[in-house]
Design a binder for this molecule. Structure first.
Ligand code: SME
Length: 154
């Protein structure tokens, strides 16, 4: 755990001008390390109504779903609605695409810059209802910094 708030760590990382791949790879590490309940963290990038997970843009077990259409999954729903979706119990949400049998809850936060959807920040937890108000706010702040970085550098 780092004493600085997550979005401050990401702002410092953005100021380092490391390049998009290194930024995203380090960003998911910072995010995963910020909370013991975050068991999987990934940044999917949007392209032509599909989401793609570049290699190393995730922390946690290698997932089955590296490409997701906007019409599939919690990730696709968040991308098409451009809104955060929190699922307290993934087993009761028919949209859920399973990546790990251990996952119990999920949050997907859209990454937006100047109203354009650039991707989504996806987190899974092995604990039920792991993403409360505090976690959601921290992750939406994080997604805003990621959006600004990607929007200005891609
Ligand atoms: N559960 C996601 C798919 C991605 S994996 O969790 C990494 C979904 O329903 O869109």
């Amino acid at each position: 755990m780092n004493a600085r708030p997550l979005h401050r760590q990401l702002q410092s990382l953005a100021a380092d001008e490391t390049g998009i791949d290194q930024f995203c790879e380090q960003a998911v590490k910072y995010i995963k390390d910020s909370n013991d309940k975050f068991d999987w963290v990934g940044i999917y990038l949007a392209h032509e109504n599909r989401l793609h997970l570049p290699s190393n843009y995730f922390q946690g077990p290698d997932p089955d779903h590296k490409e997701i259409s906007f019409s599939e999954g919690i990730c696709g729903a968040s991308a098409s609605e451009k809104s955060t979706i929190t699922v307290d119990d993934v087993n009761s949400d028919p949209r859920y695409l399973a990546c790990s049998i251990h996952t119990r809850s999920e949050i997907v936060v859209p990454i937006i810059y100047n109203d354009e959807l650039l991707g989504v920040l996806d987190l899974d937890s092995d604990a039920p209802a792991a993403f409360g108000k505090e976690e959601r706010t921290a992750l939406e702040d994080a997604a805003r910094v990621i959006g600004e970085y990607l929007g200005r550098n891609s």
